[in-house]
Design a protein around this ligand. Structure first.
Ligand code: MTE
Ligand code: MO
Length: 509
């Protein structure tokens, strides 16, 4: 490769970087950024086995790897387009200004085709064209680039990337989407929410390094690399569908209905046996059945619910699951964080996380079974959760060992957690936290005696066990659900129906 061609290539790559930076400046880390738009397309087109492998083997790394991989692919794509445009326009003997214009048009069109977002596409195209312009493309088939021009061009692209990076870092710091906003309970405005959160804090068992009954950091699982940014003003939910009447609700419609506060745990079917994709929050919202009853869709005997969300995620599940389902617009006394479905998500107590749709837009009833997003990829996660006792806390203080964690069995509830330190020959019952309180109407008085009463229909409990030991040993934990059924002993991986087995850990006093 001779020198001028090498320089031309570099200018084109710099233009590609300029497009990535320019679109990012406007779109930020959203699906309107070309890289994430490409990632989304790739993910939806990828073979199912590949996606399942990614989730299974790469776990939390899958998402960053996908983003980095797609960023490189986008760089090559937009760099290649810049090169093609300059070569073609140059071969046609166009003037320098026309060559630059051609690059701008090609980059803008390509960015628009990926994102369907005109403003980021235009800005991306403009930055790409500017980089090429400074790189001084020749005309009339002359594709030489002077060294000084090359430096200017690369410096412009680097500046655009730097600016985009700085802006991205600021935005990332400004918007915590993980639900951990660092507030203390006393800073929560609503007195009833404050009362419920205090009750949860009081009932939490003290365990080093283990979340209390309301998670401090709520896990996130998404099929896309960036969360959709839904405009709460124009958001609507369509309910009904194929059977009978349909109706659209906006956020104000939901907020004007009688609301409830409710503790609900969520667990991902992809959570490993002793993994951390199990969390609990206090959610605020309205029962789905209230909306369906108003529509009167029950006489045609629908079997199935089809739900869809703003990020193109979709699921199907049996109608019974909807009985106690809930449309939540609040969590722990504030609006839902973006990462957990702002403005509204579905909660289906007792069922694996995957049918708890975030950014929900459609609830439709029908008479045929369909295949949901994860079922299409081989998972069986539309049913009730498995029973599990997690063992996350192990504290050794001299000869005193304290073990504990959370136990969850969905709507079946937990009736006991037992611990064995002799390989399963003998079992001792652990201390269980008091259950989290049942759902309450959001207009109840905090002092009302019913507040804090009852038992949440789907929330984990905490367990704790303290004992003396002098030798290294294995400690095993197992739960019994509210129906009296013992946690499944046979070990299985999360794929396809959720992990099973009893958690054990080595302890060295
Ligand atoms: N719209 C949408 N909803 C979704 C998902 C998604 O990718 N998109 N992921 C699902 C999965 S697999 C799980 S486990 C839960 C996780 O909810 P969380 O991220 O709030 O913890 O959301 C579910 N709802
Ligand atoms: Mo999940």
């Amino acid at each position: 490769m001779n020198r001028p061609t090498g320089r031309r290539l570099l200018v084109s790559l710099a233009a590609g970087a300029g497009v990535l930076a320019g679109t990012f400046l406007v779109a930020g880390f959203t699906p309107r950024w070309v890289v994430l738009a490409l990632a989304r397309t790739a993910f939806f087109l990828a073979p199912d086995a590949f996606v399942t492998f990614g989730i299974q083997r790469l776990g939390d790394l899958a998402r960053p790897l996908l983003v980095v991989g797609t960023a490189l692919a986008s760089l090559l794509l937009f760099g290649g387009l810049a090169l093609a445009a300059t070569l073609v326009a140059g071969a046609l003997g166009r003037e320098r200004a026309e060559v630059v214009f051609a690059v701008g048009v090609v980059e803008t069109l390509a960015a628009f085709a990926l994102t369907v977002a005109p403003v980021p596409a235009l800005v991306g195209g403009a930055v790409g064209a500017a980089v090429v312009g400074l790189g001084g493309p020749g005309s009339g088939g002359d594709v030489d680039v002077a060294r000084r021009d090359l430096l200017r061009s690369v410096a412009t692209a680097a500046a655009a990337v730097g600016l985009a990076g700085a802006l991205g870092a600021r935005r990332a710091m400004g918007s915590g989407t993980d639900g951990a906003d660092g507030r203390t309970i006393s800073e929560v405005e609503d007195p009833l929410v404050r009362e419920l959160l205090s009750t949860a804090a009081e009932r939490s068992l003290p365990l080093d390094g283990v979340d209390p009954l309301v998670s401090e950091r709520f896990y996130e699982v998404d099929v896309n690399s960036a969360d959709p940014d839904v405009d709460p003003e124009s958001w609507t939910l369509s309910v009904g569908g194929e059977l009978g009447e349909s109706r659209e609700y906006d956020l104000a419609d939901l907020r004007n209905r009688p609301a409830r506060h409710r503790f609900v745990s969520l667990r991902c079917v992809g959570d490993s046996l002793n993994g951390s994709k199990l969390d609990t929050a206090l959610w605020t919202g309205v029962p789905v059945m209230d909306l369906l009853e108003e529509l009167g869709v029950s006489d045609e005997e629908p079997c199935c619910v089809y739900v869809r969300a703003d990020d193109d995620y979709y699921q199907e599940f049996p109608l019974d699951a909807l009985e106690s389902a809930f449309l939540a617009y609040g969590t722990n006394g504030r609006p839902l964080p973006t990462g957990h479905g702002f403005p509204v998500r579905l909660l289906v107590p007792g069922h694996w996380g995957e049918i708890n749709l975030k950014w929900i837009t459609d609830i439709e009833l029908g008479r045929e079974e369909r295949t949901g997003y994860w079922e299409k990829r081989g998972w069986h996660g539309t049913g009730p959760v498995n029973t599990v006792a997690k063992l996350h806390g192990v504290d050794v203080d001299g000869g005193t060992v304290t073990v504990g964690g959370h136990a969850h069995a969905g709507t079946r509830g937990i009736s006991a957690v037992e611990v064995s330190t002799d390989g399963g020959d003998t079992w001792t019952e652990a201390v269980l936290s008091d259950p989290l309180p049942a759902a309450v109407a959001a207009d109840a008085e905090p002092s009302d005696p019913s507040v804090g009463d009852g038992e949440a229909a789907d929330a984990w409990r905490m367990w704790r066990h303290e004992y003396e030991a002098s030798e290294p040993h294995e400690v095993i934990a197992r739960a019994t659900d509210g129906d009296g059924d013992l946690q499944e002993r046979e070990e299985s991986e999360a794929f396809p129906s959720g992990a099973s087995g009893w958690v054990s850990r080595r302890v060295s006093p």
